[in-house]
Design a protein around this ligand. Sequence first.
Ligand code: 5GP
Length: 247
Amino acid sequence: MSGLLFIISAPSGSGKSTLVNELRKVVPGLEFSISYTTRAPRGSERHGTEYFFVDRAEFERMMANDAFLEHADVFGNYYGTARHFLEDAGQRGNDLILDIDVQGAAQVKQRKPDAASIFILPPDRKTLEWRLRNRAQDQEEVIQRRLAEARGEIENYRGYDYILVNDRLEESTEALQAIVAAERLKRAEVENLPADPEAQACVAAAKSSLRDNMDGRVQSILASFAKPEQIMQPTQLTDRNPKERNV
Ligand code: 5GP
């Protein structure tokens, strides 16, 4: 039986890696796909643990051999998911998580429409800024660029099945756990929900994370990223549309 595929994407600084690590600690039967990349290792990263670090020639050879389920150019470097991860996990009876960008997510969804895609968002701009500074990984210039790009990245949320706002780690881990559990129940084609209250709570929690149920929340997050000049003052509104004032 082939395993389930979970795609997780997020703007940089949304706390995705921590969340995925927490999920793997508490949910059995989940494997993590280690991507290939041409970017250089950072800090304590090791070949075969966070990524397989390869040069461009090697990556291009793999592309030519159709070794990737998806691949993309992200910030000037190649990243790709090797096909064999999905097959290997399935053979072991496990499900697979992919941590990939929006371009890769779109490619996987096209090839594997049953994959469940989850977009993780920061609760607002201020929190994202705080997290980017706190991880002390990037120069100020990079932080500013990531903040400027965040709104555009968040606007991709419509392509995903589930939206998860990562405010508190424990709650977010539970929400992610509920999505995995609900998708597993769906795969098992359980006719009637098990009477088990825990299973019912998972399904209800996963439903509340469905994209259509998160629209309002995403709009308010997007608003927190609006540039000051994009936020209209009440005076501007009345000056522009005097007839619409209804007075
Ligand atoms: P980083 O270099 O910070 O680890 O990752 C940069 C971006 O590349 C993140 O958005 C991450 O999700 C994405 N990424 C990592 N691996 C892959 C992959 O195999 N394919 C695609 N398309 N994106 C990836």
